[in-house]
Design a protein. Sequence first.
Length: 577
Amino acid sequence: MTLRATLCKSYVTVQPHSGPTTQGPSDTGARDGDPSQPARLAVDIRQLPWTTALAADYAFDHARLAGFFAGDPATPSAWREAIRRAAAKPRQRDALVEVLRAQQRRRGAHESATAAASQLRDAGSVAVVTGQQAGLFGGPLYTLLKALTAIQLAGRIRAEHQVAAVPVFWVEAEDHDWDEVKSCGLLDAALAPQSVSAGDPAGSGTRPVAHVRLDEAVTAAIAAAEASLQPTEFTPALLDDLRRHYAPGTGMATAFAGWLERLLAPHGLVVFDASDAAAKPLAAGVFTREISLAGATSRLAAETGAALAARGYHAQVTPAPGALALFHLGAGRRPIRIEGDDLVVGTDRTSPAALRALAERTPAELSPNVLLRPIVQDTLFPTACYVAGPSELAYLGQLRRVYEAFDVPMPLVHPRASATILDAKAMRFLTRHDVPLQALRAQDDAALNEVLLAQLPASVEAALEDASRAIDQRMSDLAREVPHVDPTLAGAAQTTRTRMQDDLRKLHNKVLQAAKRKDETLRRQFQHARAQAFPAGRQQERAVGSLFFLNRYGPALIDRLLESLSVETANHWVIAI
């Protein structure tokens, strides 16, 4: 299939802030002032090779997954019911707000965020929650996209349901996988991928990330970022802010929470550091119940994962049999498993009664694993909706029965916005030459060759195709006739045919190479677009940190993304800024 044919199945026309309508790129009004230049393009997620079957069906055929989730976020009735469930469940709202406000005071949060946190005291208020690990310099672009989706959805609830809705970002920092969070991807002035790292401070890799304090390596990381980034009018202030938050001696979770709050608190985002010891008493009841259920969480999630697999999907999490969905925090993060009537914490044996007493007395020593974290989250917060990435969507589909076991209402699960940010020149290349976004992923010249072919005179391409057909026809005729003279010549005829077609393909390639030499401008435009969209072949939103875009576009990046992103789930957005 040619790129032009693929395009017709990839981009859809959109009006601002709407879902897909008809085919063909549109949504004009680009940032460079050209009224014919699209400001954004919608790509059907089913056209993207990394979209899983579960994610595609969740957006387009939700009925197939209805038994695994609490409702379809595309239906207004599901929102009404989720809001009702979240508001009706009794919670320790006043205590939660006190924890939130204490965290905000320590970070000097914007008044919009403090006012939003205070709204959670109201019995009818709900939360739209998302979260991510505490990554260096704000983490990959998708972390920012998750937060912006939560802000947008909270605004929609307020507008459409007249309910106080608060966007919340759950900072997950009790994992000990330091390698996953210590680096930040950037593009340099030539759009080549670079990575800067906070090194390996004391305790990294063994202690939870929240317990790791940055050292002088983070200063070097900021200097490396400065050296990599192309200087703009925004660079000096951005780096000054970065130094204030990511300073030696600061905890990684604190740095991340403060940085995210600096970016998004003016939009009412409430940032919650889940590692805060002051918050753990609010989760003590979940911890004691998990101990009493004796491995039911792992069993129920495993059974549901098997049910998903039986329907052709995949189980994101495969819990170990007999494992509690809890860790003990001490010198490290120790798993807890069941052995007979006892529990084994790391290598230490204890009784369920003793562990329950610990959970009641010092809950800060315990931490939920990936299966129990949503239950803790939705026990603390009146969560009407959780904004999930693709992996989270998959494992949350394993948890409906776990929610029931804990008597916690399961929220709606809404996929986060997915986007690729391009400059106007790259967007112009895509639309002018009908190149689908996904065609740029391969690190070869296949897509460029198709673009170049489209630029060749039609007579040249037609002549090459005519020659290929003529060779096939004439050599087929000859292959039928020569065996009448000598049967052993049939193979020689076929070999000659293959060689002639091979020579024709070589000629075709020479024509392409001549076109490339003739139009180096087109090659540079192609490489410029590919370098942004798929650095080293990776998805931009996973490979590049939000720091790169903040440096390039400044504080206006946030407002422009809020304008351009859509909360409908069917499309990936290509946005020109």
